[in-house]
Design a protein around this ligand. Sequence first.
Ligand SMILES: Nc1ncnc2c1ncn2[C@@H]1O[C@H](COP(=O)(O)OP(=O)(O)OP(=O)(O)O)[C@@H](O)[C@H]1O
Ligand SMILES: [Mg+2]
Length: 477
Amino acid sequence: MKTKNNKISITDIQKKCIEFQPKGSLLVNGIPGSGKTTILIERARYLQQKKMEKNILLLAYNRSMTSYLQQLATKSGINDLEVDTFHSWGMNILRSINYPRTYVLPTEDKFGTVRFARNIVRKQNSKSFSLPKFETDRNEISFLSQEIDWMKGLNINTVEKYYETSRSGRGSDIRVTKKNKKWIFEVFSKFNALLYSNRQIDFPDVAIILYEKAKEIPKELLPDHVLIDEAQDLSAMQLIVLAEFAQKSLTIGADKAQQIYKNRFSWKNLGIDIRGTRTKVLGQTFRSTKEIVQLANRFQQQDEILVKDDEYIEPTLPNRSGPKPTVILSKTYGEEIEKVIKKVKSIRANDKNATIGIICVKNDKIDAFVEALNEQGIPNVIVNELGADLMSPGVKLTTYFSAKGLEFDHVFVTNLRKNAMPKLKVFPGEEEKEVLSTERKKFYVAMTRAKLSLTITGVNPLSEFIDSLDKRLYKLE
Ligand SMILES: Nc1ncnc2c1ncn2[C@@H]1O[C@H](COP(=O)(O)OP(=O)(O)OP(=O)(O)O)[C@@H](O)[C@H]1O
Ligand SMILES: [Mg+2]
């Protein structure tokens, strides 16, 4: 049985997710386009309209996703839905309870503060202080900063807990001994003390403070129903807080295969804290054609880390068919822009109502496209800009990061040039194969934004990802 909503037919399994009853929580684990976001929006509608629930919080990973979800909700006739990011929602609660430290350490000051903390600890313990070996001081600071974020994401707040916790995912090239851990923990504590004396907090502290202050937060500030989109990119600590704070139900949409930020956790480990979480697995896409899914899957399956993960879902192929994806090669970025614009024009000539996404590695690459589009009088919107209309027809430009969660009829995945995509920038304490796996996921996310047609554009010297695409599954133009 299928239920009609405005335009799509919700499947039985989707309906079960939309209407699941508290107590407890539900993890909707699904491939790109399987309807996770749709389920969250429809569940908000269901709770508001059928259950007369008012206090619903929908969380997205970043600003472009919150505005996309807001626009989707409005378009589906859902009003007064609070859509936010974890950070902004959490900071609002801290302000409401008059928490005294709500000044967030600016990213550009982080290294300076970590270095200062390290210097103090090293000076006070000059004989015994020891850290793993790094080639440069900057690498050491970069390692310490990332280790601190990782510790906070898991709420490692005692040295014993630090000793016990496996550093899996934090790279094996840097050997961290128990003695090193003792001193890293000292630097961690000093860093926190410095922040404290400046009345500052660090980005990952928001979840920790909320967790610690849980009892002091008045019930009326807490949401009854929490809906989380793209939960794979939240930290374990953020998820634990949301599970704790949701008064009636928690619904989590996630896809490990689209985990493009550094937070790594397993649902199994988290399950210890999010008790009673049931899981529904959605392996069917409603977004892309068979041809697009085939190419994206074949590419994804080369990611050994992902495929070996017991939480990996193998997508089933959709029935809907369309043109084979296209690969276009150019000698320069300039030539790439020309070729993309030529194709954009022909798409627009055939279908005025089409949405066209152009996905680039960085903002300056977006700017170059925008300049050329403007010269040709082709209207365009940058997804990340405040107030950008993400639903209406036309050309939308986005980075690989901000493309997550969005969809377009026609997609151009651009800048496939060596050292641009994939960019193997390996920070100390990270492993190259992990970084490559994340870059693969970014490319996979980008490809799976396409509903009808997918064009991938390479620039000389070509990205190794072009070689990894199965030649039988695309046509070269
Ligand atoms: N049952 C359905 N029948 C037809 N279309 C559907 C159905 N469910 C969802 N869709 C459509 O499929 C597309 C993808 O859905 P949605 O964005 O919810 O997927 P998602 O799982 O959130 O994907 P992603 O992981 O990329 O964020 C949307 O255009 C949505 O309207
Ligand atoms: Mg989604």
